[in-house]
Design a protein around this ligand. Structure first.
Ligand code: ADP
Ligand code: MG
Ligand code: MG
Length: 211
């Protein structure tokens, strides 16, 4: 596909929910090493709720599945990451709010907006060992893909790979934001769970676009 339809986007978000469910224990374990050990559980709970909410709403635009997910996070989920993921999904929802198809340029815009939002709310910069360390490289990759005139799948693949590498790289970073800033060196060697989750989000995008 060169554009994502509303049903592609639904598949993307559902695929993301499935992978986070499968990775829930792992993500919680990562948060145990670098925080308080609730991340996976919080994400799975919020995303299961989002899946139920999506089932009751018709995806009339490509923004709807993201909007529903964002509002679910904002209304129900706890922890630091709940509001951050809520605002992240809200930014994707906004870009697709009136659109019947999602292009690579729109995805680049949503990612850039989401990056700015998370950075502002969390006062997080690249290198602080947060989800920003996966978002930023994905954003750079998407903007480059748009500039190069890449196809949608190619662009999404480059974003997914950049996010994966960025997330992996957090293993070597000392935390400067959130709870991980209290645990110091004991977090070294394992990646930031929020960053890993962003990488899963883009991987799910590739899968939805190629399925
Ligand atoms: P906590 O249990 O510490 O309240 P969560 O477990 O819900 O937080 O979420 C932890 C994740 O949130 C981290 O892996 C990180 O990616 C992200 N995070 C935490 N603090 C910030 C921040 N200030 N800015 C951006 N992201 C953050
Ligand atoms: Mg936590
Ligand atoms: Mg917590």
């Amino acid at each position: 596909a060169e554009q994502l339809s509303p049903s592609h986007v639904e598949r993307w978000v559902h695929g993301f929910v499935d992978t986070v469910e499968e990775s829930g224990e792992y993500l919680t374990d990562l948060d145990r090493r670098s925080g308080d050990g609730d991340f996976g559980t919080n994400m799975v709970t919020a995303l299961r709720r989002a899946r139920r909410a999506m089932a009751g709403v018709e995806a009339t635009t490509v923004g709807v599945p993201f909007q529903v997910t964002g509002e679910t996070f904002l209304a129900h989920s706890g922890g630091t990451s709940g509001p951050l993921f809520g605002m992240w999904f809200r930014d994707f929802g906004k870009v697709g709010a009136d659109a019947g198809a999602l292009t690579l340029a729109m995805l680049a815009e949503a990612t850039e907006n989401g990056w700015a939002t998370v950075a502002r709310l969390g006062s997080a910069e690249v290198g602080d060992r947060t989800m920003v360390d996966a978002i930023a490289p994905a954003s750079v990759a998407l903007n480059k893909a748009v500039g190069d005139g890449s196809g949608l799948v190619e662009g999404l693949r480059s974003a997914a790979e950049a996010a994966r590498v960025g997330a992996e790289g957090t293993s070597e970073l000392l935390g400067r934001r959130g709870r991980t800033s209290y645990v110091g060196e004991s977090a070294l060697g394992s990646p930031d769970p929020g960053a890993v989750t962003i990488a899963l989000f883009y991987r799910a995008a590739v899968e939805s676009a190629t399925a």
